[in-house]
Design a protein around this ligand. Structure first.
Ligand code: MSP
Length: 528
């Protein structure tokens, strides 16, 4: 009893991701976001923090309705098929989510309707005639001011004139509140330059938000509780997933809300997440999430947008199948600085795979394993003497532990990986200089101690590297620890460079990053 009361006193770290549209198959953008979110959650868990990780699927709206029609399917059937694909992507990429929300689930629909009723009763939603320009692709009314250099952006697709009676949410009423909120919370949006962009956007007056769509035009949505002729605008519906999935209004909700971080891509920051969402919450007397973490976009070679029509979309699961899910996770987190865009090229992927994973890490592990087997009967010896070489290695290992922990807390996974791989390279250099294979041929206690110490010290580096890689490469991390015969590591707090492997028996030695023969690899044709 006392234990559970105590646990509840500590708020869990609640992380959400964007919920993917159910109108296509998973691509690198979806995969990256879930991997980034997963690495954040896994690193928090290693810090001893309890987490709740939510992701899911956005199933309503025009695009889904149209895709289903084109494929001759019922929308729900299409959504069920797409949900299987996206959940498989998560499983294949080792995404450790706690809950997967789908906006066609009853638990979600009930909350959307509750919220709509509440806002309607409070006078926050009103009905009005609206005549204006409508973007079919973005599924929203647009204004002249949305033109860039007099042109409509391609993202809007066809623009038509539309006149209809609709329901509106009083967004404009809260503009001053939002401006003040952003002024007081300068870290609400990460990276900060994105917050500045939103503040800039808010210099223009906001319009109220049209939150309904007549059923004559769109039937695939959640019916308004106060007018059966309309369904809810897909963004209003989708944003609510962050509160519906944790049981809006229940005790569980009170425990988890506000979310600690909502991970999204730059294209859906404004207006959806930075404007509609905080204002919707404020109108419901709820706090906004503590932070929006906005990542950049994966682009194709030459900085082009990836698109089906250009045939340059990267399919994450093909990479995961050939090179392993963890190698793919490593690449995207090493290559992309969170918040900025990156180009995905096959050559870059292969070059990182070969140099960092196969040569540096894979090589260190197999050398140490083979020598422990050969010279020490498969059990790790003791680090018997520490002189300047070992001291330097220990210092670097402990610095890497500190740096990795702090980089992970600050979402700087690329830097964390850079410092971990610097340690790997240094350990390879250390082994070269110590050259234990030479001592194996010499007689005498001193030679033996040097041989044992150098293998123990390199093994200890590998144990630390495995522990630090765990948020990014969870399976590889486990495999390295198993090969070393080391204890699993569930917390980073007591991670130190010490004699932890002494007496431990090696597990089965297997090659973790086999070289992939390029000629046999169909992928090189796909994405270059
Ligand atoms: N359904 C909406 C989100 C609703 S959240 C309440 C949506 N879905 S999406 O499938 O189009 O995009 C899902 C996420 O993937 C978004 O955060 C988006 O930014 C991200 N990405 C889509 N393509 C991307 C890249 N090429 N690169 C990186 N991420 C991108 O928007």
């Amino acid at each position: 009893m006392r234990f559970s009361a105590k646990r509840k006193a500590v708020k869990e770290f609640y992380l959400t991701t964007a919920i993917d549209y159910a109108n296509g198959s998973p691509h690198i953008g979806h995969a990256y976001e879930k991997i980034l979110a997963d690495a954040i959650v896994r690193s928090r868990r290693l810090e001893g923090i309890q987490c709740h990780f939510l992701t899911g699927l956005d199933e309503h709206g025009q695009k889904v309705q149209e895709t289903a029609e084109r494929q001759g399917k019922r929308p729900q059937q299409l959504c069920d098929e797409v949900a299987d694909l996206f959940r498989k992507m998560c499983a294949d990429l080792h995404i450790s989510y706690d809950d997967y929300v789908r906006t066609t689930q009853q638990r979600h629909k009930t909350v959307v309707r509750n919220i709509l009723s509440k806002l309607h009763e409070r006078g926050e939603i009103y009905r009005s005639e609206y005549k204006g320009l409508y973007s079919v692709r973005a599924e929203r009314f647009v204004q002249e001011k949305d033109r860039i250099n007099g042109e409509w952006s391609e993202d809007f697709g066809e623009i038509i004139e539309l006149c209809e009676s609709n329901y509106f949410f009083r967004l404009s009423k809260y503009q001053d509140w939002l401006v003040e909120f952003l002024r007081r919370n300068e870290n609400f949006i990460f990276p900060q330059f994105r917050q500045k962009q939103v503040q800039e956007f808010l210099r223009e007056p906001l319009n109220d938000l049209c939150i309904s769509r007549p059923k004559s035009r769109l039937h695939w949505g959640i019916e308004l509780p106060f007018d059966e002729h309309y369904v809810t605008y897909v963004w209003f519906d989708a944003l609510i997933n962050y509160v519906s999935a944790i049981g809006y209004g229940t005790e569980n909700f009170a425990q988890l809300w506000p979310a600690d971080v909502e991970v999204i891509g730059k294209d859906i920051l404004a207006p959806a997440h930075a404007i509609y969402w905080p204002i919707m919450l404020h109108a419901l007397d709820l706090e906004p999430p503590k932070q929006l973490l906005v990542h950049g976009w994966w682009l194709a070679r030459g900085g082009e947008k990836m698109s089906k029509s250009l045939g340059n979309v990267v399919h994450p699961l093909d990479y995961a199948k050939i090179y392993g899910a963890d190698a793919f996770r490593y690449f995207v987190l090493r290559e992309m600085v969170v918040g900025q865009d990156s180009n995905f090229t096959h050559e870059l992927f292969v070059s990182r795979y070969n140099s960092d994973l196969a040569n540096d890490l894979g090589n260190l592990l197999s050398r140490v394993g083979r020598m422990v087997e050969r010279y020490c009967g498969g059990r790790f010896p003791e680090m018997a003497m520490i002189d300047s070489e070992e001291l330097a290695l220990r210092q670097l290992a402990e610095k890497t532990i500190r740096e990795t922990r702090s980089h992970c807390t600050g979402y700087a996974f690329s830097l964390a990986l850079e410092s971990i791989f610097h340690l790997v390279k240094t350990a390879n250099g250390y082994l070269e200089r110590r050259a234990p294979w030479k001592f194996a041929k010499e007689r005498g206690a001193n030679a033996r101690r040097l041989l044992e110490t150098s293998l123990a010290a390199s093994g200890e580096v590998l144990r630390i590297v495995a522990a630090l890689l765990s948020p990014v490469m969870p399976n590889i991390s486990e495999k390295i620890l198993t090969q070393l015969g080391a204890e699993p590591i569930t917390q980073w707090e007591n991670l130190r460079f010490s004699n932890m492997l002494v007496g431990r028996k090696l597990g089965n030695l297997e090659i973790l990053f086999p070289k992939v023969e390029e000629e046999k690899n169909a992928l090189s044709a796909v994405s270059t």
